[in-house]
Design a protein around this ligand. Structure first.
Ligand code: HEM
Length: 358
């Protein structure tokens, strides 16, 4: 039996939306806010979070920031990064032990290296990010409590403190990096917004892409008959993997006005959880031979993932390489993350990573 597309969930006191049309209506409609501080149960700590975060902002601030950031993330702009991404993948896959935790040693390292390079924050920046990601991503859980928010905000501050001198330096001596590009726009982002955007890019671009890579490897090792389909058409396969193994399970909105959705009345001030994973998976199991189905793995509407072209490229360049370089790869153990927001792993152990003789 299918769950109702819009239903009230008493324990969380929120609406759950799992119908495709209804989810699209929330994500693309007006009268919804992305600000966690507006949630009726928002801990006080949330109201003290630094402003300037695109993901949590609403129009008109969101519209202004998004317009300034979008040019750097068009498919064309991202295409210019492909050669460097190929090199990063090559470097990460070289020198792996025969048995390894693929999540730690591959899936996390590739997106961190890519974003660290985009922002030119060096190895120190990449290392700091790997260390700070767990508390930062806890902030995105709808059940994050006061302690989690304090820890997440502290991690945000640590990262912002690391970035502050770097931003000041780039203002004086611009480079070819994305921080310099953000600062160069006349009437562009404020310095606080540039810092918040760096933190957002470093976190949004990391955990998600790592989750997609690791989740896809796990799914395909469990269903190896589909691996040739990945190798034959990586871009098409990645769409289907995004649909079924998409790393974001849900996004949250607060109703700013009253809404009528599938015959249910949602009052202003109530919280809605849009269950992206349920919407996507209702269309059927993983089948890499099918024509790509539309999916909501990257959300939709004004907050549609800014990094989608980059994430797709990283997955397309990484997944086929893994299976061609290591045809004997096998699963030896894994642990799923207990998370409301992320479809993620905490461990993904594989063996048989000897390179194919050339
Ligand atoms: C497989 C990888 C990824 C997935 C599944 C993913 C998913 C999403 C989703 C669902 C949203 C919408 C959130 C909402 O509506 O509240 C989003 C927003 C965003 N993503 Fe991604 N993301 C991925 C990778 C990336 C990468 C690589 C970057 C950047 C380098 C990135 C940057 C962003 C930003 C900046 C936003 C906020 C956009 C806005 O609020 O206008 N993401 N992402």
């Amino acid at each position: 039996m299918c769950a109702e597309p819009v239903r009230w969930d008493e324990p969380s006191a929120t609406w759950l939306v799992s119908g495709h049309e209804e989810a699209a209506a929330v994500l693309r409609g007006v009268g919804w806010s992305s600000s966690p501080a507006l949630r009726p149960d928002a801990p006080a700590e949330l109201r003290e979070m630094p402003p300037g975060n695109l993901l949590f902002s609403d129009p008109p601030d969101h519209t202004r920031m998004r317009r300034l950031l979008s040019p750097a993330f068009t498919p064309r702009a991202v295409e210019s990064l492909r050669p460097r991404i190929v090199e990063i993948v090559e470097a990460v896959l070289t020198g792996l032990d025969d048995e390894t935790d693929l999540l730690r040693e591959v899936a996390h390292l590739i997106p961190v290296a890519v974003i660290a390079e985009l922002l030119d924050v060096g190895e120190d920046g990449a290392e700091l990010l790997l260390e700070l990601t767990p508390p930062l991503v806890r902030l995105l859980e709808p059940d994050a409590d006061g302690d989690a928010i304090v820890a997440g905000t502290a991690a945000t501050t640590d990262l912002a403190m690391f970035l502050a001198p770097l931003i000041a330096e780039r203002r004086k001596r611009p480079g070819a990096d994305f921080i310099s590009a953000m600062l160069a726009v006349p009437d562009g982002l404020t310095e606080a917004e540039v810092a918040a955007t760096c933190v957002l890019l470093l976190t949004a671009g990391h955990e998600t892409t790592a989750g997609l890579i690791a989740g896809s490897v796990l799914a395909l090792l469990g269903d190896p008959g589909q691996i040739p389909l990945l190798l034959a058409d990586p871009a098409r396969a990645v769409e289907e993997l995004l649909r079924v193994e998409g790393p974001i399970k849900r996004v949250v909105r607060v109703a700013v006005t009253g809404h009528e959705l599938s015959g249910r009345r949602i009052e202003a001030g109530q919280t809605v959880q849009v269950l992206l994973q349920d919407v996507n998976r209702a269309q059927g199991p993983l089948d890499l031979s099918r024509d790509p189905l539309p999916h909501l793995a990257f959300g939709s509407g004004i907050h549609y993932c800014l990094g989608q072209a980059l994430a797709r490229m990283e997955a397309v360049e990484t997944l086929p390489r893994l299976f061609t370089d290591f045809p004997g790869m096998s699963l030896t153990g894994h642990r799923r993350r207990d998370s409301l927001t992320f479809h993620a792993l905490d461990e993904l152990h594989v063996a048989g990573l000897h390179r194919k003789p050339t």
